[in-house]
Design a protein around this ligand. Structure first.
Ligand SMILES: NC(=O)c1ccc[n+]([C@@H]2O[C@H](COP(=O)([O-])OP(=O)(O)OC[C@H]3O[C@@H](n4cnc5c(N)ncnc54)[C@H](OP(=O)(O)O)[C@@H]3O)[C@@H](O)[C@H]2O)c1
Length: 249
């Protein structure tokens, strides 16, 4: 699939703005999903392709997903509204897509499988959003970034890990670039990874970065050790999972 038009969900956010710029830099045509056009115009360039919609309501997303080749999810709730925002944006986007399955890059988070370490419900809703993406049949890459901005000036080397056991920082621009480049790299399809920046120089060999990763084989990321059974999940999550799966059956 050739990727050209890319919808950025969370385009007004700190990572979304970087993803819009990185997509343009990569020669793609990014479209910004925004809920408040006036506010969005103050943080994004005037010539941005805006689509107005509310990620918590699938019925407002038809224009946003029209003829997209790819979607980058960079949204996130800072107000504790994780079910409606962190998870809901992904569930609602699939509802709006119907049977279409564009290329997807999902920004998740490290610690998403590490229950009981004080992070509360946010990690469960992000894990469930990951599940939807894996179950959807879409060609996807899930990136679990380390802590934003906890990088030094010499930390140019990108490190991808699996199993959600690592820790470290990542630059917001580095994260956005990886999300965009994952859409353009065949070796990134069907894979989940944590992302850190370590001491060293940057490389632009994206295939070399993604190729060593193992592909996911089920609902969880490759090498994830914490497994939650689907039938222990809320009924609404089970319904959403059945709905995204029905498209490929
Ligand atoms: N901080 C870290 O070190 C770290 C590490 C790993 C992962 N993360 C994850 O990164 C995410 C935060 O990313 P960020 O710093 O880029 O956040 P941000 O700057 O606050 O951006 C959040 C985006 O989500 C949108 N959004 C939030 N609530 C919404 C709602 N109710 N309806 C519609 N849109 C909504 C915002 O739209 P508006 O502009 O319209 O509000 C904005 O575009 C969080 O989910 C966090 O878990 C953070």
């Amino acid at each position: 699939m050739t990727v050209s038009t890319v919808l950025v969900v969370g385009a007004t956010g700190s990572i979304g703005r970087e993803a819009m710029a990185a997509a343009t830099e990569a020669g793609l045509a990014p479209r910004a999903l925004v809920r408040d056009l006036g506010r969005a115009k103050r943080v994004l360039p005037a010539d941005t392709d805006f689509a107005v919609g509310d990620i918590t309501r699938a019925d407002t997303l038809a224009d946003a997903v029209r003829e997209v080749d790819a979607i980058i999810f960079t949204h996130g709730s800072n107000a504790g509204d994780h079910q409606r925002v962190d998870y809901g944006a992904v569930a609602n986007t699939f509802r709006a897509l119907g049977r279409r399955r564009p290329r997807i890059a999902l920004m998740s988070s490290i610690y998403v499988t590490r229950q009981g370490q004080g992070y509360g419900p946010v990690i469960d809703w992000k894990r469930r959003a990951e599940w939807l993406v894996r179950a959807s049949g879409a060609p996807y890459t899930i990136v679990r970034p380390g802590w934003f901005d906890r990088v030094g000036s010499g930390d140019g080397r990108l490190v991808l890990e699996q199993g959600d056991t690592g820790d470290g920082g990542i630059g917001r621009d580095q994260l956005a670039t990886v999300l965009v480049r994952s859409l353009l790299t065949d070796a990134a399809v069907g894979k989940t990874c944590e992302l850190f920046a370590r001491s060293g120089t940057a490389s632009s060999d994206w295939a070399a970065l993604f190729t060593p990763l193992d592909p996911d084989t089920g609902l969880d990321g490759a090498h994830d050790s914490a497994r939650v059974p689907l039938d222990a999940e809320p009924a609404g999550v089970q319904r959403d999972m059945a709905a995204v799966r029905a498209v490929t059956e």
